[in-house]
Design a protein around this ligand. Structure first.
Ligand SMILES: C[S@@+](CC[C@H](N)C(=O)[O-])C[C@H]1O[C@@H](n2cnc3c(N)ncnc32)[C@H](O)[C@@H]1O
Length: 268
């Protein structure tokens, strides 16, 4: 579990508004609720909720193929596992094909729909907001989020049902790091990251073919910090396993190296 910061609450009355969607990296930390973003999530909601429910107040889950959920019902799972009771739910849809992406020369359009829900902890009264959206991960990231505290991304691939989106390789990783707050978390199994030699930090600790799986403790003991993309990455723990260990990286921006990062992000 990452460092626990001072908790802030999400006001239930804001459920339909824009104010809890993210704020900007410039907004004072006290005002802005902490936000987790997981694009291309499918129905992989349990671990991000379990590991970050105490750390974040706003959760965005986005998948192109489905309104993300959990088998047996997300609301029920939240109540049983996290003692979070649903107190407000709003369903939204946009019939006009308002989201788009570019694939080669083609501009493909998409009609999103989503659920915005407020949950309240039965013992402490603390509220969180969960947005589960059938929509495009890139569009949502670009147009709806300004600052991200936890970028969660795993279980994806280039083909066979994978999104084929290189969230963790240039140029897209620069956009991700640009929106991630300084000191924010990147939580990943290294899906769709750069796998060139010397650029394979996010997948370095995946189980090699034929080797035996080690304990989580042994694995964490040998994970090393690294620098890349104008930032330093320090491992703070593990948030389960997918295509490899899902490592929790604390990301510190390095101002001088970052001048290149920002330029690349704008180009990307
Ligand atoms: C291989 S699945 C991984 C799901 C999840 N991360 C997991 O570990 O179970 C890839 C997912 O990406 C979604 N996807 C593909 N393109 C997308 C896009 N442009 N935006 C959002 N989701 C997308 C697919 O619908 C699919 O559910």
């Amino acid at each position: 579990m990452p460092n626990q910061s001072n908790h802030r609450t999400v006001d239930g009355s804001e459920v339909g508004g824009e104010s809890v969607q993210g704020g900007t990296a410039r907004t004072s930390e006290r005002e802005r609720p902490k936000l987790l973003y997981y694009p291309c999530c499918g129905h992989d909601l349990a671990d991000p909720m379990r590991y970050f429910v105490d750390d974040c107040e706003v959760f965005w889950f986005v998948d192109r193929g489905t309104v993300p959920g959990i088998e047996g019902g997300f609301e029920r799972w939240m109540a049983e596992h996290l003692k979070m009771r649903l107190i407000r739910s709003v369903e939204k849809r946009v019939e006009a094909r308002s989201e788009y992406m570019f694939r080669g020369q083609m501009r493909r359009r998409f009609s999103p729909r989503w659920l915005e829900q407020i949950y309240q902890h039965v013992e402490t009264g603390r509220k969180i907001k969960v947005i589960r959206k059938k929509g495009l991960g890139e569009y949502t990231f670009r147009h709806h989020l300004e600052a991200v505290d936890v970028f969660f991304y795993r279980g994806d691939s280039w083909g066979e049902g994978g999104s084929g989106i290189g969230w963790l390789k240039p140029p897209k990783i620069y956009q991700v790091l640009n929106k991630l707050v300084d000191g924010g978390l990147l939580v990943t199994d290294g899906s769709n990251s750069d796998s060139y030699k010397n650029r394979e930090e996010f997948i370095r600790y995946r189980l090699r073919y034929g080797s035996e799986r080690e304990s989580d403790e042994a694995l964490l003991a040998r994970v090393q910090s690294f620098r890349a993309y104008g930032c330093s990455f320090d491992c703070e723990g593990l948030a389960g396993h997918r295509y490899g260990p899902t490592l929790i990286w604390r990301v510190q921006k390095r101002p001088r190296e970052n001048q290149q990062t920002s330029a690349a992000a704008e180009r990307g």
